[in-house]
Design a protein around this ligand. Structure first.
Ligand code: SF4
Ligand code: SF4
Length: 233
C-alpha cells in the first residue's frame, strides 16, 4: 500500500487560480517522472499508448518528452502532434489522485536549442547510454499548449476535480452545466445528484458545483425540463 497521502485536490480549492492548478498538476507529474501517453496510430484510428519520462528542461516550467526518431510514436507525432497523458497515484486508502493532460507537442530543433538536449542528457544518463552510438537519433518535444485536470478521490464518497490550461489553450468545458435560462427551479436535479453538488442560487435557479461533480450525468437524465446541457455528446 502506498504511503502517498496528499491533501484533497493536492491542497487546492475552487478558488485556486489556473496557474496554481497547472503548477500543482505539473509538480505531481514531475515527482513521479513519467506518464502513460496516448497518441493516434499512423492509420488515424486506433489509439496507442506508452510510458514516457517527463521533464522540466527550461526555466519556464514547460514539460518535455523524448523519443527516438525511428519509433512508431515519432511518426505518429509527425502526422498528428497531440498527446494525452495520465498518471495515477494510489493513496493510503487505496483511493487515487490523478492528473490528466491533453497537449499539442512541437519538436525541439537540436541546433536551435542545444541547451534543451544538454539538460535532457544530464537528467537521463541511462537514455544517453542507450543511444550512445548516435545521440542525433533522439528528438525532444515540448508540450507547448494544452489543458488538463487534477482528479482526486480523497475519501470513499468525495470527488475533487480542478481543471487548468496552458500555452493559450482553453480549459475543457464541464460535462454537465445547468442552462440558467431554461431552469425552472424545480429542484429535481438536486435530489438526483449523486454527489450532492447541485444547490439553489439566489434567484431561484440551480447550479452545479463542479469541484465535486462526478460527471455521471444523472442530473441531466432526470431534469424534466431538459435544462442541463451535456457537453460531451
Ligand atoms: S431539474 Fe432541471 S429545471 Fe429542475 S432545477 Fe434542476 S436544472 Fe432546473
Ligand atoms: S453529473 Fe452527477 S455528480 Fe455531477 S451534478 Fe450531475 S448528478 Fe451530480
Amino acid at each position: 500500500m502506498s504511503d502517498f497521502d496528499p491533501a484533497p485536490a493536492l491542497g487546492l480549492t475552487e478558488e485556486s487560480s489556473n496557474e496554481e492548478i497547472k503548477n500543482a498538476a505539473f509538480q505531481f507529474v514531475h515527482e513521479v517522472g513519467y506518464m502513460v501517453f496516448g497518441t493516434t496510430a499512423i492509420d488515424g484510428k486506433m489509439p496507442t499508448a506508452r510510458g514516457l519520462e517527463v521533464h522540466y528542461l527550461d526555466d519556464a516550467g514547460n514539460f518535455y518528452i523524448g523519443i527516438a526518431k525511428g519509433k512508431p510514436v515519432y511518426y505518429e507525432l509527425q502526422k498528428n502532434p497531440y498527446v494525452v497523458g495520465t498518471i495515477i497515484r494510489d493513496t493510503v486508502k487505496r483511493l487515487s489522485a490523478s492528473v490528466r493532460l491533453s497537449a499539442h507537442v512541437t519538436e525541439v530543433d537540436p541546433e536551435k536549442h542545444p541547451e534543451i538536449y544538454t539538460k535532457y542528457w544530464e537528467l537521463n544518463p541511462g537514455t544517453k547510454a542507450l543511444y550512445r552510438k548516435d545521440l542525433d537519433m533522439f528528438r525532444i518535444f515540448i508540450l507547448d499548449s494544452g489543458e488538463g485536470e487534477i482528479f482526486h478521490l480523497p475519501d470513499d464518497d468525495i470527488v475533487c476535480r480542478l481543471r487548468f490550461c496552458f500555452g493559450g489553450a482553453c480549459v475543457r468545458p464541464w460535462a454537465y452545466v445547468i442552462a440558467q435560462e431554461r431552469c425552472v427551479g424545480c429542484g429535481t436535479c438536486e435530489e438526483a445528484c449523486m454527489e450532492d453538488v447541485i444547490h439553489p442560487t439566489a434567484d431561484g435557479k440551480y447550479e452545479i458545483k463542479h469541484f465535486g461533480c462526478l460527471e455521471c450525468g444523472r442530473c441531466a437524465m432526470n431534469c424534466p425540463n431538459d435544462a442541463i446541457d451535456c457537453n460531451c455528446r
